[in-house]
Design a protein around this ligand. Sequence first.
Ligand code: SF4
Ligand code: SF4
Length: 406
Amino acid sequence: MNLVPLTRRVRRAAKRFREARMLVRALRYQYQPVAAHLIPIRRCNLSCAYCNEYDDHSSPVPTADVLRRIDRLAALGTGIVTLSGGEPLLHPDLDEIIRRIRGHGMIATLITNGYLLSRDRIRRLNLAGLDHLQISIDNVMPDDVSKKSLKVLDQKLRWLAEDGRFDVTVNSVVGGGIRNPDDAAVIARRARELGFSTTVGLIHDGSGRLRQLDDQQKTILEEVVAVGKSAFDFANYNRFQKNLANGQPNDWHCGAGCRYLYICEDGLVHWCSQQRGHPGIPLEHYGPEDLRREYHQVKSCAPLCTVGCVHRVAQVDELRTDPQATLSEWFATPVPGGRPRPPMAVRVMMWAFVTNPRRDLFRSVTMRAFGGSTSLDGSLPAPGSQLPARVFSRCYGGHGALKRWR
Ligand code: SF4
Ligand code: SF4
């Protein structure tokens, strides 16, 4: 009997639980990082023409340094740690690094170009406890801009579908430099056929801002976009992506440097991959004052920013500040192909904390269970009070591309 589908379902259920727990904590603590990107190696085995996040020579960050940075992120209360690069699969101790993230009860995710995936590598990622993998595919056939093609990577996708016990998202891209805009639709259809989530990225310039799409690209974007299964995928398209595709700025607050951290190979904290150098403080010295200051820092790059992972995090803050208005907006905006339907974790939270007549009781009980306090003052948890790995975490054992919609 093939136990993989059952194991995958159990692990997904456990992950949904941890996502919900992380969301509760994100709502509870205003100045706590929701997500962080951590670079264990800057080197990449490919050289995509549009990318400004790799080199072809640097050594892996010493494992002890990476582990220390993970411990520090946990101490700051970070919910999700995404390993990116360069190509993170080039790091010789990647499994140990993933285990450390999971050992702190954080969600471990990986962004890869997929070239180094093999059946054995996928099994090792299973054993390490990886929660989520994103693989980026730029075109159907490799060309001089990108070798991340469906032709080369389709076999890897099949292995992931057969053996992977973690969630997989396939990211395709629309925008300048991609020769055939149709490729994004072909890639997304193949990914869905294999049971994966899909996202679509917009090419942005070196400061993280948009290059406007032409009409054909906009049509392809509409066709490809889909609501993901993660709590953080919901409503991406509805707000940020739709405006950007039409060349319209977004009115939002970027919480980078607090709610989202980008930790480079030198261990410095930056707003994001496209705004490196701000604030450029070593993670080991980064503390509550830095988080609070950077949260309130107004970023002039925000209106046309395309860095999707920070948009996702901003949605948590909008939900936190004004749940009724935020939810109304999410539900009011049509999604291509059907009615808007947020992921389960968000729906449960909405029912428990917003619409339920006994929501005060729910809030109190949940905050005690997940957040350690019933207070909603937005302060940081006491040092060392990061949630221990609880019930479910025991159940299982840049490549940040210029265009990525994360
Ligand atoms: S708005 Fe924030 S996420 Fe976007 S480019 Fe600027 S600092 Fe980075
Ligand atoms: S986009 Fe990803 S695969 Fe391509 S060079 Fe950059 S890090 Fe490497």
